[in-house]
Design a protein around this ligand. Structure first.
Ligand SMILES: NC(=O)c1ccc[n+]([C@@H]2O[C@H](COP(=O)([O-])OP(=O)(O)OC[C@H]3O[C@@H](n4cnc5c(N)ncnc54)[C@H](O)[C@@H]3O)[C@@H](O)[C@H]2O)c1
Length: 348
């Protein structure tokens, strides 16, 4: 349990985030973080609390864990409300920022909970936007590289419209994020709101869930390798992803939320070093000293062949770029998962 709240890796990482934020400062601001008990949301909440902001974390704990924020609940500036964002919440105190992260995000969850995902990114986004409108708050939507589908242009710039199968197994996620983006831009157009959209590319690090349907490639590979179980690769493993470490992602998201120049913009936030899945499996094996075999499974429908962000806009508008190399980020994630225990305790 201690490893979820904070261990040496995570304490070092928070210091790095605070340093890399530069002049970006949320002191005395109030931020509503939807999905704040999840992997990325809990890092955002913790960073904001360290900067002496007031944080209201709204989460229905569908894929998030109370353990992720348990250590923050002792802080008087932190409030946790268990609530589903598809039902409109109301707040009396003034909110300065609405950071909307609430949505399940693992491909296995797309198959089990497509309706929840559709609602969180459509109804949930509209509800979060209404709060921002009521409070004249800055709004940040965490969209995804999945809006590009299986892109024909790689590295993919924000101007690429996407190649998405609306009726495929990823459709609930890809299309609801696209609809969420349309909501964000409609609120800007109709009400002149200060909004920003982050298109996040695959991000990993401490607090990402390794278990069951929540396990995305990196935490799944690490937990399989630590147990010397077969590492499950889908397809031949030649598909590429570009993996961003959590500290880089959190800095990018908070810079995007706070930069005046980013108002009304959609910006890719991720790492632009492409790696094949088979390379990833080999690196994880090497770093864990595992004797796991690599086991090949059929490639799921619409699995993108290549995924890599064009970061020109992030560099130009935010002056942001990722710093953490894949092997370094993996070492930290392996250390955290070894300390936290590879199986996450049953929740709720
Ligand atoms: N991590 C990535 O690689 C990645 C990539 C692209 C986009 N994103 C986006 O970033 C956001 C955070 O992702 P994450 O990786 O931290 O995932 P996560 O599953 O760890 O966090 C999502 C959080 O949202 C909560 N949630 C889900 N539906 C909700 C609802 N209806 N009401 C209230 N809370 C709800 C979950 O309980 C969880 O705590 C998501 O919107 C995701 O789509 C993440």
């Amino acid at each position: 349990m201690k490893a979820f709240a904070g261990n040496t890796t995570m304490n070092d990482d928070i210091r790095t985030v605070l340093q890399d934020m530069g002049p970006v400062d949320f002191k005395d601001k109030t931020a509503l973080v939807t999905g704040g008990a999840g992997f990325l949301g809990s890092w955002i909440c913790e960073t904001l609390i360290c900067q002496k902001a007031h944080v209201i974390c709204v989460d229905n704990l569908s894929s998030g864990l109370e353990l992720n924020i348990a250590h923050l609940s002792r802080n008087g500036n932190f409030e946790f409300i268990k609530h589903d964002i598809t039902e409109p919440p109301h707040f009396k105190s003034k909110i300065d920022f609405v950071l909307h992260l609430a949505s399940r995000a693992s491909p296995f969850e797309f198959e089990e909970f497509p309706l929840e995902i559709l609602r969180a990114n459509t109804l949930g986004t509209a509800n979060a936007l209404e709060i921002a409108r009521e409070h004249k708050a800055v709004f940040l939507f965490t969209s995804t590289s999945e809006t590009y589908g299986n892109p024909a242009v790689v590295p993919t710039p924000e101007s690429y419209y996407g190649y998405v199968n609306s009726i495929g197994i990823r459709g609930c996620y890809d299309e609801s994020k696209r609809c969420g983006e349309a909501y964000v831009m409609a609120y800007r157009k109709q009400y002149g709101m200060d909004v920003r959209i982050a298109r996040i590319f695959n991000t990993y690090g401490p607090r990402i869930r390794p278990d069951g349907i929540y396990g995305r490639a990196i935490p799944r590979f690490i937990s399989q390798a630590l147990r010397n179980e077969p590492i499950t690769v889908f397809g031949s493993g030649v598909q590429t992803r570009s993996f961003c470490y959590t500290t880089d992602q959190v800095v990018g998201l908070l810079q995007l939320a706070s930069s005046h120049k980013a108002s009304g913009e959609v910006i890719n936030i991720g790492n632009d070093k492409e790696t094949t899945i088979i390379e990833l499996a080999e690196i994880v094996k090497k770093l864990t000293g595992s004797v796991s075999k690599i086991e090949f499974h059929p490639l799921p429908q619409d699995d993108p062949a290549k995924r890599c962000p064009d970061l020109t806009k992030a560099k130009k508008i935010l002056g942001w770029q990722p710093k953490v190399k894949l092997e370094d980020g993996l070492r930290k994630t392996i250390k955290w998962l070894s300390e936290a225990g590879v199986s996450v305790p049953e929740k709720k």
